[in-house]
Ligand binder design. Structure first.
Ligand code: C2E
Ligand code: MG
Ligand code: MG
Ligand code: MG
Length: 291
C-alpha cells in the first residue's frame, strides 16, 4: 500500500520513501516504550503579564530524551503519537508530571504560578477523560485553580455540545481553559461563545510577521479586541523581537510568551525567574525589590 501515493496508511511520505516508512516504525516502537523507560520530560516556558512585567504562568512542553537519538522535540513525535493513539498515555503522563511539579512550586513558597498543559483532541474524546484529570488532581494535590488546559479548535468543533459539557465540569472545578493556536482553525464565534474559556492564545504563525504583514497585524489586533469583548485573556505566543512586543503592548495584549523572554526551561530554572521583571513598564518596580 506504500505505493499508493496519498493512500490512508503512510500519506505523510512519498511512495519511494521506504526508509522513512521504516524510520517511522522504529520511532513508533520506541515511542510506545518511552513512558515506561522514563524518557519523557517536561520543560516549562514562562508566560509574562504585560501590565506587571512578571511571570504569571508557565506552559509545560514535553520532550523525549531518546536513548540513541538524543533530545527529540514534540514537533517530531506528537503527530506520530496522535496518529497512533499513543498520545493518550503520553498526555496522561504529561498532565501528571506537570501537576506534581506545580504542587512542588506551590509548596516551595513561590508566588502562585499557573501551569498550562497541552491536551490533544484524542484525549478529550476518551470517555474517562474527566475522571483522569480529576484523579491526577486528587493524587497530586495540585490546586485546580492553578491548572490551565490548552485545547485546540479541532478538539471541540466537531462535537461542540459534548465539549461544552466536559469543559463546564472543568470550569466548575476552577480549572482554566485556553484555546491554543487560535486563528489557525475554524471555530465559529457562536460556538466559541458557548465554551467556558478563560483565554485565547494567538498562534505563533500570526506573530511572526505581525510588524510587517498587514493581514497578520489585523488578525492579531482583532483577536485581542475579541478577547476583550468576550472577557477573555489573550496570550500571544512566539514573541521573539522588541518590535513584536511593542506592537502587542500598543494593542493592549494581556500576556506574552516567546524566546524574547525565555525558551522553555527545566523546572529548576523556573523558580529563579519570579523576582525578575521581564518588561520595562511605565511604572518601574520599587527599588527595594531590585537586586
Ligand atoms: P504549542 O502548544 O503552540 O507550543 C508552543 C511552541 O512554540 C513550543 O514548541 C515552544 O517552544 C515554541 N515557541 C515558544 N516561543 C517561541 C518563539 O519565540 N519562537 C519560536 N520559534 N518558537 C517558540 P515545542 O515545545 O516544540 O512544541 C510544539 C508543539 O507540540 C506545541 O505547540 C504543542 O502543540 C505540541 N506539544 C508540546 N507538548 C505537548 C504535550 O504535552 N501534549 C500535546 N498534546 N502536545 C504537545
Ligand atoms: Mg500550547
Ligand atoms: Mg500554542
Ligand atoms: Mg502554536
Amino acid at each position: 500500500q506504500a505505493k499508493n501515493k496519498g493512500g490512508a496508511c503512510f500519506s505523510f511520505f512519498s511512495a519511494e520513501d521506504d526508509d522513512l516508512v521504516e524510520e517511522r516504525l522504529f520511532l513508533e516502537n520506541d515511542l510506545r516504550q518511552a513512558v515506561d523507560r522514563h524518557e519523557l520530560l517536561l520543560h516549562y516556558q514562562p508566560q509574562i503579564d504585560l501590565e506587571s512585567g512578571r511571570l504569571v504562568g508557565v506552559e509545560a512542553l514535553v520532550r523525549w530524551q531518546h536513548g540513541q537519538r538524543g533530545m527529540i522535540s514534540p514537533g517530531a513525535f506528537i503527530p506520530l503519537a496522535e496518529e497512533t493513539g499513543l498520545i493518550v498515555p503520553i498526555g496522561e503522563w504529561v498532565l501528571r508530571a506537570a501537576c506534581i511539579q506545580g504542587r512542588k512550586w506551590q509548596q516551595s513558597g513561590m508566588p502562585p504560578v499557573r501551569v498550562a498543559v497541552n491536551i490533544s483532541t484524542w484525549q478529550v474524546r476518551q470517555p474517562d477523560f474527566v475522571d483522569m484529570v480529576e484523579g491526577i488532581l486528587d493524587e497530586s494535590g495540585f490546586d485546580p485553580q492553578l491548572l490551565e488546559l490548552e485545547i485546540t479548535e479541532s478538539a471541540v468543533m466537531d462535537n461542540v455540545q459534548e465539549a461544552v459539557r466536559i469543559l463546564n465540569i472543568f470550569q466548575q472545578r476552577g480549572i482554566s481553559l485556553a484555546m491554543d493556536d487560535f486563528g489557525t482553525g475554524y471555530s465559529s464565534l457562536s460556538s466559541l461563545q458557548r465554551l467556558p474559556l478563560s483565554k485565547l492564545k494567538i498562534d505563533r504563525s500570526f506573530i511572526r510577521e505581525v510588524t510587517s504583514n498587514a493581514n497578520d497585524a489585523a488578525l492579531t489586533s482583532s483577536v485581542i479586541a475579541l478577547g476583550r469583548t468576550m472577557g477573555l485573556g489573550v496570550v500571544a505566543e512566539g514573541v521573539e523581537t522588541e518590535e513584536q512586543l511593542d506592537f502587542l503592548q500598543r494593542m493592549n495584549c494581556a500576556q506574552v510568551q516567546g524566546f524574547l523572554f525565555s525558551k522553555p526551561l527545566p523546572a529548576n530554572e523556573v523558580s529563579t525567574l519570579f523576582e525578575r521583571s521581564f518588561v520595562s513598564s511605565s511604572a518601574p518596580p520599587p527599588v527595594a525589590s531590585e537586586k
